[in-house]
Design a protein around this ligand. Structure first.
Ligand code: FEO
Length: 615
């Protein structure tokens, strides 16, 4: 039975999903499957854009038949000849004798390399800028060589403003009912797979990907229709922004990816100590055991992070086998513009560090830190200082917190607004020399022109008074990585008698002089109050956005996530006394009944946010 979906009145998705495939192209694990997209344009002429992999042939044929609705297809456009997209070409040409194949000369060469078939009598050859009129629609062909094979081209439908983008903007993962990227939480659930797809499939060809983006920038695009993954119809600029970073080998995030190979755990131990020392300096780190994590994950993470540390034991007088494979993979994927450090280990002779460096020296613009560490079997106390030195050297390459203002005055990245949810934020203010901050759960955009946001602040909060006096503030949009201790620091004490930034001395300032959180936040909005109104327990402030910038792609923290994953679970019933517990911070009020005007001494929420302790 067919399974199809309309994208526009005239364009229908007729692709199919494969959830049984273990290894895409025989090398990339796809635990969540893969989608092979094909599209049908139904105009005065009918046009099929690419076919699918042989594994999903039957569903594709059913889909095509259903979408055609009794008509015959006039054209089959092959944008990318790789067999995961062209497996049904000959079957369709045989089934429909009137069907014309539309492709470029290189595609035709490849088709003839793969198949014995009389293509010449059926083909219309197109080149850069050529068009095909189908009735209401005009299709324009744009060459995109090496994204991902030499013959790749994309197609622009100027009527519906669709870019059929071939492998570009694809993503691993089957489509599980959702066809459009805005029907899922793409940043949270799929961005890692989109990055892994890009880095491993197209990553080697960054200049060619940027060339395609350059051509696409001249087009008005309402829909991106790739050959794998979701169709994009909203926030297309966000995804194109990721491609600009990936294509130019620009790190997405400041932090360190530590990849290690360790036979008996001693190299891992050194890597782990380094990670702890980095965190202590405020540097984010992630760790991967190259013998466990698939190489494609590590390549993807190398495209994400600004700094790479490789820690490897020596094996057969060379680099440990799984590490050697990862390093070779990174070199062949053209990784560039990274800061790199190495820890080597060897019981007889440690050679892995020099060899890793030798390999990575083939890549462009790699800055090696010269304070790598060489171990003999295990890290000894007298060598611990070398790990400390390495951590300090890595941390020194990050901007000094107080000196750095991330965004220039007046800089507004509209993408920051997309980070706002019904979530939790740190609201920061500055009254004279006193920095202050509190937790708030209400920050929303209220207008685009002028760009304004509103925030509601509990009148019992010290921040409310400082905001009324000064009129300027920052909102740090918290991420799911925010620890409960952050809420204790900013939310459960009053700024009147505590220093909210104790433990957060590294916080930066924006141009308004107010601090913000560079960590545990994915975006920052600076506001200047234009209006405030009294709403009982809370003051509602409306403010012009004066600066806004994105810090990371980490998911924003929702209230639900806070309750489910961050807020500690209540004590076992047996240990609890009669009374009420604050649903926000967990403060327990002992006694019965609870006064109606009770205000939580920790988080300042009222009695309505308490629930009775039962049992
Ligand atoms: Fe999905 Fe390059 O093929």
């Amino acid at each position: 039975m067919y399974c199809i979906r309309k994208i526009t009145d005239d364009v229908t998705w007729i692709g199919a999903n494969d959830r049984r495939l273990a290894m895409f192209e025989g090398v990339y694990h796809v635990p969540r499957g893969v989608a092979y997209n094909s599209y049908l344009l139904s105009d005065e002429k009918t046009v099929i854009f690419d076919t699918v992999d042989k594994a999903v042939r039957q569903r594709f044929l059913e889909n095509l038949t259903a979408a055609l609705g009794g008509r015959k297809p006039d054209y089959l456009v092959i944008q990318h000849m790789e067999p995961d997209h062209s497996a049904q070409a000959i079957e369709l040409l045989t089934l429909y004798p009137g069907l014309k194949l539309v492709c470029n000369t290189k595609t035709l060469d490849f088709l003839k390399q793969f198949h014995e078939f009389d293509f010449d009598s059926r083909v219309t050859i197109v080149g850069e800028g050529d068009t095909l009129e189908t009735g209401k629609h005009t299709l324009q062909f744009v060459m995109a060589p090496m994204v991902h094979w030499p013959e790749v081209m994309v197609t622009y439908d100027s009527r519906d403003k669709i870019l059929f983008s071939a492998d570009a903007f694809g993503c691993f993962g089957a489509l599980n009912g959702a066809l459009f990227a805005d029907e899922v939480d793409f940043d949270k659930d799929y961005m890692d797979e989109a990055r892994r797809y890009y880095a491993n499939i197209v990553g080697k060809y960054g200049p060619q990907a940027l060339a395609l983006l350059g051509k696409a920038s001249a087009l008005e695009i309402d829909y991106l229709c790739p050959l794998h993954g979701f169709v994009w119809r909203r926030n297309i600029g966000d995804f194109i922004g990721k491609y600009l970073l990936w294509g130019s080998y620009t790190p997405e995030e400041s932090g360190v990816m530590i990849a290690y190979a360790s036979v008996y755990g001693n190299t891992e131990n050194a890597a782990e100590i380094l990670a702890h020392k980095l965190r202590a300096r405020g540097v984010r780190s992630v760790m991967y055991d190259v013998s466990v994590s698939p190489a494609s994950d590590i390549v993807s993470e190398a495209f994400r992070w600004s700094h790479l540390v490789f820690a490897s034991t020596t094996y057969n007088a060379g680099i440990f086998v799984t590490m050697e494979s990862v390093v070779n993979d990174l070199v062949s994927h053209n990784i560039q513009n990274r800061t790199v450090a190495v820890i080597e280990n060897g019981s007889w002779a440690a050679t892995s560090g020099g060899l890793i460096r030798e390999n990575l020296e083939k890549c462009r613009n790699i800055t090696f830190l010269d304070c790598g560490v060489s171990l003999r079997s295990s890290l000894k106390a007298e060598q611990a200082a070398q790990i400390e030195t390495l951590a300090a050297a890595i941390a020194a390459t990050f901007p000094a917190p107080e000196a750095s203002v991330v965004a220039a005055p007046g800089f507004i990245d509209a993408n920051t607004m997309f980070k706002l949810h019904y979530g939790l934020f740190v609201l920061t203010t500055k009254d004279g020399e006193k920095d202050n901050g509190c937790i708030t759960n209400t920050a929303i955009q209220v207008s685009e022109n002028p760009r304004r946001i509103s925030i509601a602040v509990n009148k019992a909060n010290y921040s409310c008074g400082t905001l009324m006096r000064t009129g300027v503030f920052n909102i740090s949009i918290l991420t799911e990585s925010a620890p409960f201790s952050l809420f204790e620091s900013f939310g459960f004490h009053s700024g009147r008698d505590t220093d909210k930034f104790s433990g957060y001395e590294g916080c930066h300032r924006t141009e308004n002089g107010v601090r913000y959180l560079p960590e545990f936040a994915n975006g920052v909005i600076s506001g200047k109050v234009v209006e405030c109104s009294d709403n009982g327990s809370h003051m509602l402030f409306t403010a012009d956005v004066t600066t806004a910038f994105v810090l990371s792609g980490e998911p924003s923290l929702t209230y639900q996530y806070y309750f489910d994953h961050i807020k500690p679970k209540p004590k076992p019933r047996a240990e609890r006394k009669a009374g009420y517990v604050c649903k926000i911070c967990g403060y327990e009020y002992e006694g019965e009944p609870m006064p109606e005007d009770f205000i939580c001494p920790l988080c300042k929420h009222g009695a309505s946010d308490f629930e009775k302790i039962t049992g």
